[in-house]
Design a protein around this ligand. Sequence first.
Ligand code: HEM
Length: 511
Amino acid sequence: MPSTTAVSTKDGATYTTSTGAPVLEPYAVQKLGQTGPLLLQDFHHIDLIAHFDRERIPERVVHAKGAGAHGYFEVTHDISDLTCANLFSKVGNKAPATVRFSTVGGESGSADTARDPRGFAVKIKTQEGILDLVGNNTPVFFLRDPSKFPHFIHTQKRDPQTHLKDADMFWDYLSLNPESVHQVMILFSDRGTPDGYHNMHGYVGHTLKFVQADGTFSYVQIHFRKEGGWKSLTNDVATKLAGENPEYGIQTMFEDIEKGNFPTWNVYVQTMTPEQAEKFRYNILDLTKVWPHGEYPLRPVGKLVLNKNPDNYFAEVEQAAFSPSHQVPGIEPSTDPVLQSRFFSYPDTHRHRLGVNYNQLPVNKPINPVANFQRDGFMAIDNQGWRPNYQSSLIPLEYKAKPYQQAKHEEWLGYAGADLSFITELDFEQPRALWEKVFSDTDKDHYVSNVAGHLGSVKSPEVKKRQLSVFAAVSQDLSDRIAKAIGHESVPPLKVAPASEAIRFKYKGTA
Ligand code: HEM
């Protein structure tokens, strides 16, 4: 056997097995003689192959492709009148942050420039625990009833038989679920193909609650606005890049951070009192609607800066586990049903994807000490030493939770089974405003061409006609322009209930 005087690399490391034993020749297996069988005693080889066999973990079921970086969140404006969260106790407070951006529908090897919403997941490590804000680059979403989510996602992924993406099932779902049209208006504009991951705004989308120490609270929407504005790609450029450089988003963000061009977002909140929320035209728990900035202005809060690339993508980005349910005292969920469903879904999938102790992985670990009665399980990295694993009178744990958590904020009485997806004229007002008031002439041309390029490939005449009727309910002009572009006759608007029949928001009383 050769001697094991291993050569060290520039960081002083020498090549070893996973148990730290130096290995002289990584590229050689132990075998009998010159050509003989391998030896089972060769721990190095078995260690190597067995670990390799287990390298892959499940990719995220959605948002599988993404890029991440580290930085910080800094409080720039006083909002201590809104929340008692320790993070916001004074201007200048800084907390380390990790951010992951992603596409939604594609697998982990898919192109960064695909037409898709982009995930915008922010992890802030506060002195009171982890605050995750897990939003998208769009303020609205395709649905407001979470029971639709897995079905919807199936239609945006691959057909079970052909294993192909399928325009028919894509538009079949959207046309049958017209509350999606606001998101579709954004998705098929050029904002559906952002220029890289770091040139876009981010939105929590859901209404959250900011709570003060005395238990009073406001409903809030949180916005991340990219300094310098968002940039998007035209469909042609995005399609070309998808072929030539599918990693365009990861690459451009990595390079900008390496060059010292640190992506920065200014963070704002919109707020509503419970009384204002009851009078608001739309249900604040309806994720398909925005709060008009004119009525509910953006109030500055802080800034988010990304100034450090990961040293190791897998450890610091792939293993990052974001969840809307990772909240801190002073910031609470609203009863938005989609948000509530997500509260279950994310930690559940983390346990499956990363294991029960996912919050002990370095990227997910809080900076403040964790003390509770959870113990053991696979990969218990920090098992809390000698501390008792129950409420012991001998070595008691101190409880310091803020008292407002017991406060009664909202009360409901109601019947089970309300149809959250009931469509009314209200569902078309904001999409119509985009088409009529926000889109420029160029935006309109791009929109029509982007939709026509996709909807035009649908084989089912019913699906095409139905989606055109949804667009006609937004605007007959919009629908007719798309119809013309795909060689279809004009289609009348989908018939829907009047706005007066829409579900109204109440924070107390009978729902
Ligand atoms: C990722 C479920 C709606 C934003 C995920 C993942 C699941 C999931 C299972 C994979 C998480 C992981 O493996 O780490 C759901 C369900 C939804 C829903 C059940 C609705 C019922 C939304 C909405 C938003 C959103 C409305 C934005 C407002 C994200 C983001 C990620 C993600 C940003 C990627 C997080 C990361 O980078 O690790 N979602 N989602 N999702 N979702 Fe959702």
